[in-house]
Design a protein around this ligand. Structure first.
Ligand SMILES: [Zn+2]
Length: 444
């Protein structure tokens, strides 16, 4: 318009663009007009409507019903990314080769007897994939939880939202359960998801849906039915499932963390094979599972996706380490340092905590490490239990307390042992950080 006011003629293409939304007067129409003016072919798959059971709660009664839920199966998204979005389709054959060569060197149990080893040229064709599921509150008033599952390329650089591909989302409060409603919402969703991952592994898009019916008219699945995945150049392999322990136990039926025998990788329990016993003589140690000695996998279809073993769920580092063992370690450390006969000076508890705080700050300044807490007080500790802190704070406190303990002039046996544990812990944090760049490096 400004061109016109100035008595100039705008180039035709700019003129066309400026007319969008009737010269911007109707922003609501801009998207429609833009797509009409510059036709863009859709390059991402249309979601697939699937029939699921659901049970919305009305008053005190659950009403079992059926509805259409839109999902995007992983094989169809994988194909679209391969075909139209080369920049995010990860990765190149050379990178894959490097990755699998590295995996083979580590003696990774996930690789033992893996069916992909029988596939021709697999190190240059197998694309490792990651599956994640979780629930998050999405309403302020009711605290209702939206449960979602999503996948991503294990070798993608970064885990921003453009590199994580949603498969399905469903509100927890509307889920139908088999034992109550004769059908389970997530059983149906998982049937499609697992079929998708199986297709990615086999290298061919499924000819029919998981229940043996034709794919719906107009669906991406119908168009791809029976065709090779990614021109046979690549196939997908589910290499890692990384939900938190709560999701893994409740949804994927991994051994529950509050059960008597609660470990997914060994038969440790709370009696004879006591999991609290650690060290070289721990009674559960000789019984750690290996291929062939492990009990049957949990009864959930993800464990039947080709190649998936119990080692494909690596556990929940945040809840079991940062907020688990590490938070317990910090709690004991703070209690001992601030005890009346401990190394921190002060006539009362408050003064001793202040002295500890000063030591923590001094230790961090000396180590060029940024303290992630604003102070420490008796409110952070329990008589027996875990320090009250966030996962990220617990991680960084490992550095802080290591340096605080090192600076003690005359450490006793307990402090010495604890210092050694902190040193190993910091080493583990740095090691993991160096491996995947996601945990921590000194000074970060
Ligand atoms: Zn175990």
């Amino acid at each position: 318009m400004e061109f016109a006011f100035a008595g100039l003629e705008a180039p035709a293409s700019i003129g066309k663009l400026s007319k969008i939304g009737c010269y911007g007067q109707y922003p609501g129409n801009c998207r429609r007009d833009l797509l009409r003016a510059h036709a863009v072919l859709p390059t991402l798959p249309v979601p697939l409507p699937i029939r699921v059971a659901y049970a919305p709660r009305t008053g005190d009664v659950y009403m079992p019903l059926h509805m259409d839920l839109d999902i995007i199966t992983p094989n169809v998204m994988f194909e679209a990314l391969y075909r139209h979005h080369g920049s995010v389709f990860s990765p190149a054959a050379e990178e894959l080769q490097r990755f699998w060569d590295g995996v083979a060197k580590t003696g990774d149990p996930k690789l033992v007897n893996h069916p992909m080893l029988l596939k021709e040229n697999w190190r240059r064709r197998a694309v490792p994939l990651m599956l994640h599921g979780d629930g998050a509150r999405f309403t302020k008033t009711t605290g209702n939880t939206m449960v979602t599952i999503q996948w991503s390329f294990l070798l993608s650089t970064g885990f921003g939202w453009t590199k994580i591909y949603l498969i399905a989302a469903f509100p927890k409060s509307c889920r139908a359960y088999a034992r109550v409603h004769a059908a389970d919402t997530w059983d149906i969703i998982w049937a499609y998801v697992c079929q998708g991952f199986a297709a990615l592994f086999e290298g061919t898009h499924s000819a029919v849906d998981p229940f043996g019916d034709e794919w719906p008219e107009g669906s991406a699945q119908r168009g791809l039915a029976g065709t090779p995945i990614a021109d046979n150049k690549f196939f997908g392999v589910l290499w890692c499932m990384n939900p938190d322990a709560e999701y893994a136990c409740n949804e994927l039926h991994v051994q529950h963390y509050s059960a008597n025998a609660r470990c997914h990788w060994c038969p440790a329990d709370i009696t004879a094979l006591n999991f609290r016993a650690v060290g070289d003589t721990a009674p559960w140690l000789p019984h750690v599972y290996a291929h062939g000695t492990d009990p049957p996998l949990p009864n959930h279809p993800v464990w039947r996706i080709p190649g998936v073993t119990r080692w494909h769920y690596p556990g929940d580092w945040m809840h079991s380490m940062d907020l688990g063992a590490v938070a317990y370690l910090h709690n004991g450390c703070v209690l001992d340092l601030t005890a009346a006969d401990g190394p921190c000076a002060g006539a009362n508890e408050e003064q001793r905590y202040l002295d500890l705080w000063n030591r923590m700050q001094a230790a961090d300044r000396a180590a060029l490490h940024a303290l992630r807490m604003r102070r420490i007080s008796s409110k952070h500790v329990k008589v027996m239990g875990a320090l009250k802190a966030k996962a990220n704070q617990c991680k960084h406190l490992a550095f802080t307390f290591m340096h605080v303990l090192r600076a003690l002039p005359d450490a006793d046996n307990i402090a010495d042992t604890r210092l050694r544990i902190y040193e190993l812990l910091v080493e583990a944090y740095i090691g993991r950080g160096a491996l995947n760049g996601r945990l921590l490096t000194e000074g970060s």
